[in-house]
Every structure is written in C-alpha cells, then in structure tokens.
Design a binder for this molecule. Structure first.
Ligand code: AMP
Ligand code: ZN
Length: 127
C-alpha cells in the first residue's frame, strides 16, 4: 500500500495542460497537500468556504479515461481529500466531492480533479 509504483501508470504530462503545469511548478498555486501521487490546491474561484482541488500528478484527461488499473491512484486521491476534510473539521457536518466530465458536466480543465467543497450546506441536484 502507498507504493507509488502501484498508484501511477506514467501517462505523459501534457505541456498545454494547466494542471500539468501547476504540478510541474511552472504556474503558482496555493498547495495545501502534496505527496508522491496527488497534489491539492485551493480553487482560484472558490464556490464554498473550503474549495480544494485534488489532482493526480499524472495527466489523465477526466474520469472518462479511468481504467481498473487506476484504482490505487483513486484510493490515494479520495483518501487525501477525506483526510484533508477531516483535518479541516468538515467531517461531522459533511461535504461534497465531485468530478466534472466534459462540456455538459461542466469540466473546464482537462486534467482529472476532484473538487472538495465544504463549509456550507450543498444543494441537490446540482445546476
Ligand atoms: P472544472 O470546471 O470542474 O474542470 O474545475 C476546474 C476548476 O479549476 C475551476 O473550479 C476553476 O476555478 C479552477 N481553476 C482554474 N484555474 C486555476 C488555477 N490557476 N489555480 C487554481 N484553480 C484554478
Ligand atoms: Zn494535465
């Protein structure tokens, strides 16, 4: 467990991808967590008191690209988000994790990321 070799598939970084460039440190971002597989940054346009994006270091365009081999990476990604939520004191009240896919899903950055939104009550269904 927690072995990076099990949690990455070495997809190539995309030099045109905003989040690949943030992972590489070419574009600054407010990092709140980083490990060998995952980084987390504060969303530049927060939609809730806590709004953090969890992304794999490797370039995966969206959840539509995932395969069973990505299971360990996803465990690390969601696990990091849950640990952050716990540390922020969000667990008792609850929070939302969401990943948007494609145009109708509202995806604007083509690098897989999970939004962690907390600190207020969330409506359902989303707009
Ligand atoms: P999505 O629309 O689901 O693809 O989510 C992309 C998110 O990235 C949006 O919530 C944006 O506000 C956020 N975002 C865009 N550029 C940056 C940036 N440079 N740093 C941090 N968050 C960003
Ligand atoms: Zn990328």
């Amino acid at each position: 467990m927690n072995d990076r070799a099990d949690a990455v598939s070495n997809r190539a970084a995309d030099p045109a991808c905003l989040f690949c460039r943030i992972v590489a440190g070419e574009i600054p971002a407010a990092r709140v967590h980083e490990d060998d597989v995952v980084i987390a940054i504060r969303d530049i346009a927060p939609r809730a008191p806590t709004h953090v994006l969890f992304l794999p270091r490797e370039h995966i365009a969206s959840a539509a690209e995932l395969t069973p081999a990505d299971g360990p990476m996803l465990g690390r990604l969601f696990g990091a988000a849950a640990a952050f939520a716990r540390a922020e004191g969000l667990t008792d009240a609850g929070y939302r994790m969401v990943t948007n896919v494609g145009e109708w899903g509202g995806q604007t950055v083509g690098h897989l990321h999970v939004h962690l939104l907390g600190g207020r009550s969330m409506a359902w269904p989303p707009g």
